[in-house]
Structures are given as C-alpha cells and as structure tokens.
Design a protein around this ligand. Sequence first.
Ligand SMILES: [Fe+2]
Length: 227
Amino acid sequence: MVILNLIVVLLLNMEEKLYTFWPTNILHKKFKQHQKVRDDLLEFVKDYKNKVPNGKEGSENSNLYESQYDVVSYIEQYPCLKELINFIGEGFKEVAYFSNKHIWEIQKIDPSSVSAKITALWFIDYLQDGFVFPHIHSGCSWSMVYYLLAPNTSKKDTYAGTHFLSPLNKADSDDLGNSYSRETSRNIIPSEGEGLFFPSTLVHSTYPNKNDDKKIIFSANCSFFEK
Ligand SMILES: [Fe+2]
C-alpha cells in the first residue's frame, strides 16, 4: 500500500480538463398565487372526484385517489387551473433553461425559439397510509409536483415530502473519495404552495402518509421543442 498526502489546495494545470457529466437539477419553487387559488383548486378536486369517482388505476399507487391525466381539459371551467398552469410552465422553463443552456449554446439553439408543452396534468389525493412506489415518468423530459395541501411540517414528519433516488450507483466503500456521491437518496419536504421540478428520468416515490392532515398534490409532465 502507498499512502499519499492530499495537498490542501489542488489546482488543475493547463493541460488538464475536469468533466462534470450527468448533473441532477431539482428546482424548488413557490407558487405566489397559492393562497389566492387554494380554495378554488380544492373545489375543483372535490368536483372532479364526484364526477370521476374511480379515478385512475396505477400499479405504483397504494391507498390514494389519482385523477386521469386530463386536468388541462378543465381550465375553461376552472380559471384557478390557468393560474396553476402558468406557475407550472414558469418552473419548467426555468429548470430546463438552466440545465440545458450550455448544450443549447453549442447546438446553436436560441432559447427564445424553444417552447414548453405540458403533456399531462393530474392530481393525487392521499388517503391514510397512501403512498407511491418508486417510479419515473415517461414520454417527457421534465416533471413536477406541487403541494396543494401538505401535512403540517412543523410536526417534523420526516416521511412527508417527495423522495428522490440518486441516479448514481451506490458506492460500496465509505472512503472520503466518495463523499460527493455517498448520499443515495434525498427526501425533500415542500410546504403547502411549493413545487419541485425534476428530470422525468429521476426515480421518485413517497412514504406512506401517516398524517392526520390531508395531502393533495398536482403533478405534471413537460416536453420542449423548437418553434
Ligand atoms: Fe411521479
């Protein structure tokens, strides 16, 4: 065995390059109109559930009501959905721009010529012990979750929120060279009125809802294309 001392400050020399591949960006963003539209969105959820009592069956779901992916088709009847969609669109555009701008630059793609298309919008009303198994979203590049009703986080429930799995393989060694990649998953707990925007390929799930408080989320998928 040979042991080398690490110099406190290391600089790359002129001939060296350090590549950073496959970063994972998650945008945590507040919906400023949340308080204004909260009750109307809850009314929409109630009306929808009355109209479509069985919701959507999903093999990844347990103890919850999930709507169909057709919530966008209700925007004319429920203006609150328009406000929510504006927020969702802003978040998708921000996270996609900051994640892709260097590649778009190389590919000579003008960001002002890029459009976002929300391909699906739905909601989930978690029942007692309801949860979603780890899964990804298909046919899109970015996904999001918005917390319309969130369990009271002051109760310090470490199982609330959305749980993300690292896309990197778990290191089997705990040496310090792995410090940057040791964290295999992260549970992010948004407050009511906040959204998380993340790559559709990122595996995510929720813990069983053990709260007395209701948990209702909206979720959406988005694709980007040149106009
Ligand atoms: Fe999901």
